[in-house]
Design a protein around this ligand. Structure first.
Ligand code: FRU
Length: 496
C-alpha cells in the first residue's frame, strides 16, 4: 500500500491553513456570536518565514473557516505573535463611533535591523478594526512600545484590569515577563517584572497570558500566568508552563504553595510534545465565563520538517481551562470545549471489559477512528501497566497509557508511521506525572488524522502529540502485564 502523504494527514476538524506554514495562535477574541482565531502564517512557503497574521472564524470553536490574511508585514517589520481586545469604551479613540473597535497588539520583527546587529529589532505595534475583526488598519504612530535594547522582547497579551480600570500587557522578555499598563492601548508604562527566579529556564520565554480564575466553585480567585518556553519542555523542545498567584495591578506574586519551584517545576498546561504557544480567548461574555485556550500542535524541534508539503501544522482543539486547589497546591485542568459533543455520532458503549491478554476494544470497521472521541473509566487504579494501542494493518502502532516502571502516563509514537524526518520526533516516549489522587483512572482521547489529545483524570494531566501513519488507524486495543477491568468504555465517531 502506498503511504499516506500531505492531504491525507490534514485533520478533519482541527484548524489547519489551506496552504503554507502556520505556528502560534494569535489575537483570539469573541464578538457577536463569532470566535476569531488569528495565527502566525507564512502564506508563501511551507516553512517558517516572513510572518503574517492569518485569520479564521468559527461559530462554535470546533468548525473553522479560513478568512483572508489580516495583517501583512510593513515598513516596521513582519508580524509576530500577539493578542486582540474589544475596546468597549473606545479608550483608544480608534473607534468610528458605531461599533467598539477591536485592537490587535502584536510584535513587529525587523529582520533588517537584526541583520545589522542591532538588539532592538522587536517592538510592539497595534492595528484596529471597526468591522468586528474583518479588516484591519495599522495605527499610524506605530510602534506603541519601543525596545530598550533587548533581543527577545515580544508576544504582548493584553487584558482589561477591571479593578484598576486599565489595560495590562504581559510581554515575554528573554527569561522573564514584563508587565505594562495603559489607559488607552497607545501609551504604555512599565510596571514590574516576574520570573527570573521562578519556573523553568531551559530556553527562551515566549507567549505569556495573565488572567484571573475562580478556584473551582469555592468563590476564591487566583491569577494565573501562562508562559511558553522553548526549548526546556518536560519532554524536550517546546511546552507551556504556568504560575498561580496574585496580581495587584502592578506585580504578580507567586503563591506560597508553588514558591519552591525550580527547574523541576511540573506545572505544565500539557506534557505532550505538541502543544505550544497557547493562550486564551478575550471578550468571552461574563455569563459564559470560560477560559478558552488553544495551542499550536507542534514543536520547534521538528515543526519545519513534518511530512506535509503544501501546508504545515494544526491547532489543538479549543479547551476549557479550570483551576482547582489540591491538598498541596493549585492546578490547572483542561477539557475539550463542550461544543464538541454536538459532533458525536455512531458510538460504541461497553461495560466491564476484562483485559488479560491483548484485547481489541474497537475492531476494524466498527467506527472510523479519525476523528473520534474515546472515553475510558477504570476503577481502582493500581501501580501497574495500562497499555492502549491504536493500530492499522500497515503495522503502525501508536501506544499510550500508564507505565508503572516510570510511574507516569506516556505516549510512544516510535512505531506510529513516518518518524524519520527528525531524530527528536520519536526517539523517546513522552512521560507525564499522574497528578490526580483519585481512585479511578479516567481518560478522554480525541483522535484526528494526525493527532491525539489525551485528557487523563479529567484533565489533571494532559498529553498532546502528532503522528503520521502510513494508513489511518483502524483498531484500538488494550493490554497489560497484569490484568485490569475497564468498567466503562465509550467511543464516538465525530462527523462534521
Ligand atoms: C513562538 C514564537 C513567538 C514569536 C513567533 C514568531 O512560537 O517564537 O515568540 O512571536 O513564534 O513566529
Amino acid at each position: 500500500t502506498p503511504a499516506q502523504s500531505n492531504e491525507d494527514f490534514r485533520p478533519q476538524f482541527h484548524f489547519t491553513p489551506k496552504s503554507g506554514w502556520m505556528n502560534d495562535p494569535n489575537g483570539m477574541f469573541y464578538l457577536d456570536g463569532t470566535y476569531h482565531l488569528f495565527f502566525q502564517h507564512n502564506p508563501d512557503d511551507n516553512v517558517w518565514g516572513p510572518m503574517h497574521w492569518g485569520h479564521a472564524t468559527s461559530k462554535d470553536l470546533i468548525v473553522w473557516e479560513e478568512q483572508p490574511i489580516a495583517l501583512e508585514p510593513d515598513e516596521h517589520g513582519t508580524i509576530f505573535s500577539g493578542s486582540a481586545v474589544v475596546d468597549h469604551q473606545n479608550t483608544s479613540g480608534l473607534g468610528d463611533g458605531n461599533t467598539p473597535p477591536v485592537i490587535a497588539i502584536f510584535t513587529y520583527h525587523d529582520a533588517e535591523r537584526e541583520q545589522e546587529g542591532a538588539n532592538d529589532f522587536q517592538t510592539q505595534g497595534i492595528a484596529y478594526s471597526t468591522d468586528a475583526g474583518k479588516t484591519w488598519t495599522k495605527y499610524e504612530n506605530n510602534p506603541v512600545l519601543g525596545n530598550p535594547g533587548i533581543r527577545d522582547f515580544r508576544d504582548p497579551k493584553v487584558v482589561w484590569y477591571e479593578e484598576g480600570n486599565k489595560w495590562i500587557m504581559s510581554l515575554a522578555v528573554q527569561d522573564h515577563i514584563k508587565f505594562y499598563s495603559s489607559s488607552n492601548l497607545l501609551d504604555w508604562e512599565h510596571l514590574s517584572d516576574f520570573g527570573k527566579n521562578s519556573g523553568n529556564h531551559g530556553g527562551v520565554w515566549e507567549c505569556p497570558d495573565l488572567f484571573k480564575m475562580q478556584v473551582g466553585d469555592t468563590g476564591e480567585e487566583r491569577w494565573v500566568l501562562l508562559v511558553s518556553i522553548n526549548p526546556g519542555g518536560p519532554n524536550g523542545g517546546s511546552a507551556t508552563q504556568y504560575f498561580v498567584g496574585d496580581f495587584d495591578g502592578t506585580t504578580f506574586t507567586l503563591d506560597e504553595s508553588v514558591e519552591d519551584i525550580g527547574e523541576e517545576h511540573d506545572y505544565w498546561v500539557d506534557f505532550g510534545k505538541d502543544n505550544y504557544a497557547g493562550v486564551t480567548w478575550s471578550n468571552i461574555p461574563q455569563e459564559d465565563g470560560r477560559h478558552i485556550f488553544m495551542g499550536w500542535m507542534s514543536n520547534w524541534q521538528y515543526a519545519n520538517e513534518v511530512p506535509t508539503e503544501t501546508w504545515r501544522s494544526a491547532m489543538t482543539i479549543a479547551r476549557t481551562l479550570d483551576l482547582k486547589k489540591t491538598a498541596a497546591t493549585y492546578r490547572i485542568t483542561s477539557s475539550p470545549v463542550k461544543e464538541l459533543e454536538n459532533y458525536k455520532t455512531d458510538g460504541i458503549t461497553k461495560q466491564n471489559i476484562q483485559i488479560e491478554a491483548e484485547t481489541e476494544i474497537i475492531k476494524n470497521g466498527e467506527i472510523s477512528l479519525s476523528p473520534s472521541v474515546v472515553e475510558v473509566n477504570i476503577s481502582n487504579f493500581k501501580e501497574q501497566d495500562y497499555i492502549f494501542q491504536l493500530k492499522n494493518d500497515a503495522g503502525n502502532v501508536l501506544e499510550f497509557g500508564y507505565d508503572a516502571g516510570e510511574a507516569a502516563y506516556y505516549i510512544d509514537r516510535s512505531q506510529s508511521g513516518i518518524t524519520d524526518f527528525n531524530e527528536d520526533f520519536a526517539s523517546k516516549r513522552s512521560l507525564a506525572p499522574r497528578l490526580s489522587q483519585e481512585q479511578d483512572l479516567r481518560f478522554t482521547a480525541i483522535i484526528d488524522n494526525m493527532s491525539i489529545e489525551i485528557f487523563f483524570d479529567d484533565g489533571n494531566t494532559v498529553m498532546t502529540e502528532i503522528f503520521f501513519p502510513n494508513k489511518p488507524f483502524q483498531t484500538l486495543s488494550a493490554k497489560s502485564h497484569e490484568t485490569f477491568k475497564i468498567e466503562n468504555f465509550e467511543a464516538h465517531q465525530l462527523n462534521f
